[in-house]
Design a protein around this ligand. Structure first.
Ligand code: KG4
Ligand code: ZN
Length: 359
């Protein structure tokens, strides 16, 4: 059994986890900074880095304690190298390098997006760990919306993605327009529960690429409707002074917006899965925690759909440790002189090229 300790600090969660053989999660600790950033309406990068500095070692120690293991049982380390906020990434990468050096353990730098992909391999409810390639992967997070044909471990072919905002970004921006808090995804989902998804006819953009997405027009359409309510004399009279937008409007708009995003994500993903004759669809990233998205995928797909449990959809370190297992399986390791890569893409090897060593 190979035990990997994963570390993740790419954005606003300080996380560490221990995973056995890329599948069995022995611990998964996430220290969220949501409360800290809520007052700014989004992630404040320098505050995020400083909070990671404070939290990283207690979180690592907790991950070992929860797994009920000591350092001598850890076989290797893994850390997110990018994409993400450079200052946040640096904290995790430096901490992981220090631990690897002190303990004489190999360290795998991991692409955060590859981590999200491998959240589907962890044994947990909603996942289907025994997989046959090719797989169709939809990554939907705060920074990314991508459709990937996965032909083998570490083999990704990008079929399309967003040409403007990521789906999670659209949730966050629309939540702000509606006066709902941060993070926007869960806030919209909650408000939408009391709304009518057919109340507003919002656009379903069809960009030229068959597997591309566009969400900025949708966001603008919501903005126009909000401005109309706020600016229109007859509409404004319906508002309670000082209370902002009417609750019924917020609920209907949240539900209509959520439905529009879900419709395009599911439609294009199913079409892409058919095009590559995928054996299965794997959905991952923060937006895959959305309950309507999860339900609609299962209703509309004739292929099996793997969607991790909610705690593995949003950022965590178990997914980083799981992804690292397959990098080590491929006999790959690297020296400790690698930098963070804030814009790392899935098509790039997560290790600095000159440093790849075969063990
Ligand atoms: O993967 P993630 O935790 O961080 C990134 O790598 O970006 O994704 C965060 C994104 C945020 O935009 C957040 O609003 C969205 O995931 N999100 C959701 C839900 N939970 C989180 N979006 C829609 N519905 C949700 N329930
Ligand atoms: Zn993420």
């Amino acid at each position: 059994m190979t035990l990997i300790l994963g570390v993740e600090t790419s954005c606003d969660e300080t996380a560490a986890a221990v995973v056995a053989d890329g599948r069995l999660m022995l611990s998964n600790v996430v220290a969220s900074q949501i409360e800290l950033h809520r007052q700014y309406g989004g992630v404040f990068p320098e505050m995020a880095s400083r909070q990671h500095v404070l939290a990283i070692m207690p979180v690592v120690e907790q991950a070992l304690r929860d797994a009920d293991i000591g350092w001598e049982q850890v076989d290797a380390l893994a850390v997110t190298r990018g994409p993400g906020l450079a200052g946040s990434l640096l904290v995790g990468v430096n901490a992981a390098k220090g631990m690897a050096w002190a303990r004489g353990l190999p360290l795998a730098p991991i692409n955060h997006l590859e981590g999200h992909v491998y959240s589907n391999w962890i044994e947990a409810e909603g996942n289907r760990p025994d997989k046959r390639f090719p797989l169709l992967v939809l990554i939907v997070s705060g920074g990314h919306t991508e459709l990937i044909a996965m032909h083998g471990h570490g083999q990704y072919e990008r079929m399309g993605g967003t040409i403007d905002d990521a789906a999670g970004e659209a949730f966050d921006k629309v939540a702000r327009l509606l006066g709902l808090g941060y993070p926007g995804g869960p806030a919209i989902q909650k408000a939408a529960m009391h709304g009518d998804p057919a109340a507003f006819a919002l656009p379903r953009a069809r960009p030229r690429g068959p597997y591309d997405f566009s969400f900025s027009g949708l966001k603008t359409a919501v903005l126009r409707k909000v401005q109309k309510v706020e600016g229109d004399e007859s509409e404004r009279r319906k508002l309670t002074p000082g209370r902002g937008l009417p609750e019924a409007f917020i609920a209907d708009m949240a539900a209509s917006f959520q439905q529009a995003v879900v419709d395009v994500l599911v439609d294009k993903t199913l079409a892409a899965a058919d095009a590559i004759e995928a054996t299965e669809i794997c959905v991952c990233g923060g937006v895959s925690a959305n309950l309507v998205l999860r339900r609609v995928f299962r209703e509309r797909s004739s292929k099996p759909v793997s969607i991790p449990p909610l705690y593995l959809c949003t950022d965590n370190a178990a997914m980083i440790a799981a992804a690292a297992y397959y990098r080590f399986q491929a006999q790959e390791t690297t020296a400790l002189d690698f930098d963070v890569a804030a814009n790392l893409s899935l098509s790039q090897h997560p290790f600095p090229v000159s440093n790849i060593k075969h063990i």
